[in-house]
Design a protein around this ligand. Structure first.
Ligand code: BGP
Length: 485
């Protein structure tokens, strides 16, 4: 009973939010290097240069004018440039992860650090950087779990190719994959292709200047084909590789038993499951093809694409789970839920975080059941956590009991899914196991970590690390393999 012996307890991060060193060691610019910090009420902005040479800013989800190129202004604060400086603290941080007892560590590789322009020019120094990290992790018996691409693209590919809307980017991505699969063979066996593939829609994430449905779905098709080809390639290079997909999963409940609300919830859930259907079953679901027909969306495909999707089915489903939502057919009830950019309804049964995310531990068990019942492949919770304002006490201590409470309940829910529902769960990597920059808002004060990093929203601070109360709690959870909550 309980969690399997080889259960992968760990934590999760992403290069652009954690690594820093944005131009060190031969790294090229990534789209996210052009996005300024924000706050809960002020969205992050993309800075760019127009075709005519003017410097402008636009909301990070908006479209850029044609011909615009990413730009970094000297006097602005860009959180990715230093982030929480894993670049210079990796040994210290990995030692802290080892102290907590991590069995695995999820991180991403910055594409622009390996291929500064995203093309076939390789930066050896970048390869060495990650190699040292993997060796250091393995020294402590920590398995690296690598997200190949987490929310960004080399700026060169955004500026010169319009990002993923251009089919050529598939080949550039595969070159990047081949380079890292070969170089890290034997060191890394757990991979994920694209982080939260269902959330990719903006210039910073996928390099596209327009995100009308036609352009977006064409880009998504290229992402699907690229992911499938990467899976095939990764298995060829090392049959031990386990390569998963990754989505943001936010289960939606019908607001009432009114069948219209039930249909609204079904439609909301489908939007997410579409991305799993393509990557686990290897084909577009019927309802999506009907949507394309209705909206006159025509996807340019090559003859072999269908086969690639079939051949490149993933080994496991990785997903992030932070919250659930509710759906209603009554448009008056619909609001935009903090951070997740999806129309949804406030659920009166649940409390919300300071950022408006509905806290729902049972929703995690429900998600695990829904996904496992439907797809029958191993699942991996690769993000979960509570973004909160932490207070540093006079003696430097951080009493984050609210975080412990959140994790206690979520781990119990996942334990129930394993023990009572028979879900095949590979592991659990809480998000931002060490404090890092928020992807949604660009803030530092929205913290997730077991480890505190001294840095504020403007980038001031010593970057010193310290253990929060939850650090010791999680250590004991891992030590007892989830028995001692
Ligand atoms: C997911 C992303 C992460 C992470 C997390 C928390 O969507 O994969 O990169 O940041 O959400 O979100 P936020 O940082 O906005 O609080």
């Amino acid at each position: 009973m309980g969690f399997p012996e080889n259960f992968l307890w760990g934590g999760a991060t992403a290069a652009n939010q954690y690594e820093g060193g944005y131009l060190s060691g031969g790294k090229g610019l990534s789209t996210l290097d052009a996005i300024t910090g924000g706050s809960k009420d002020h969205p992050r902005m993309i800075t760019y240069r127009t075709k005519e040479g003017q410097i402008e800013r636009v909301n990070r989800d908006a479209s850029l004018p044609e011909g615009a190129t990413g730009f970094v202004e000297a006097d602005q604060y860009y959180p990715s440039h230093v982030a929480t400086d894993f670049y210079h603290h990796w040994q210290e941080d990995i030692a802290l992860f080892a102290e907590m007892g991590f069995k695995c560590f999820r991180m991403s590789i910055s594409w622009a650090r390996i291929c500064p322009k995203g093309n076939e020019e390789v930066n050896e120094e970048g390869l060495v950087f990650y190699e040292r990290i993997f060796d250091e992790l393995l020294k402590y018996g920590i398995q690296p779990v690598v997200t190949i691409n987490h929310f960004d693209i080399p700026m060169y590919l955004a500026d010169h190719y319009d990002g993923w809307s251009d089919r050529e980017v598939i080949d550039y991505f595969l070159f990047f994959c081949e380079t890292i699969f070969k170089r890290y063979k034997g060191k890394v066996t757990h991979w994920m292709t694209f982080n939260e593939i269902n959330f990719l829609r903006s210039w910073t994430q996928i390099g596209i200047h327009q995100n009308d449905p036609q352009t977006l779905w064409q880009a998504r098709h290229h992402l699907f084909v690229a992911s499938a080809k990467a899976v095939v390639l990764g298995h060829e290079i090392d049959p031990n590789n386990q390569i998963g997909m990754m989505i943001a999963y936010i289960p939606s409940y019908p607001m009432t038993a009114n069948p219209e609300d039930v249909l609204a919830a079904l439609q909301f859930n489908r939007q997410q499951e579409t991305f799993i259907d393509v990557q686990v079953k290897g084909q577009y679901p019927a309802h999506l093809l009907k949507y394309f027909e209705r909206e006159q969306i025509e996807i340019q495909q090559e003859a072999e694409d269908e086969n690639w999707l079939k051949k490149g089915c993933v080994d496991y489903i990785g997903f992030s789970y932070y919250m659930s939502t509710a759906a209603s057919a009554n448009p008056e009830q619909v609001k935009y839920v903090g951070g997740n950019q999806q129309p949804a309804v406030k659920n009166p049964y649940l409390e919300e975080s300071d950022w408006g995310w509905a806290v729902d531990p049972l929703g995690l068990r429900i998600s695990l059941c829904q996904l496992y019942d439907r797809y029958q492949v191993p699942l991996f919770i690769v993000e979960n956590g509570f973004g909160a304002l932490d207070q540093v006490m006079a003696e430097g201590e951080i009493h984050d009991d609210y975080r412990i409470d959140y994790f206690q309940k979520h781990i119990q829910a996942m334990k129930d899914a394993v023990e009572l529902d028979g879900v095949d769960l590979m592991g659990y990597t809480p998000w931002g196991c060490i404090d890092l920059v928020s992807a949604g808002t660009g803030e530092m004060k929205k913290r997730y970590g077991f480890i505190y990093v001294d840095l504020d929203d403007e980038g001031n601070g010593s970057l010193a690390r310290s253990r929060k109360k939850s650090f010791h709690w999680y250590q004991q959870v891992i030590q007892s393999n989830g028995e001692d909550l």
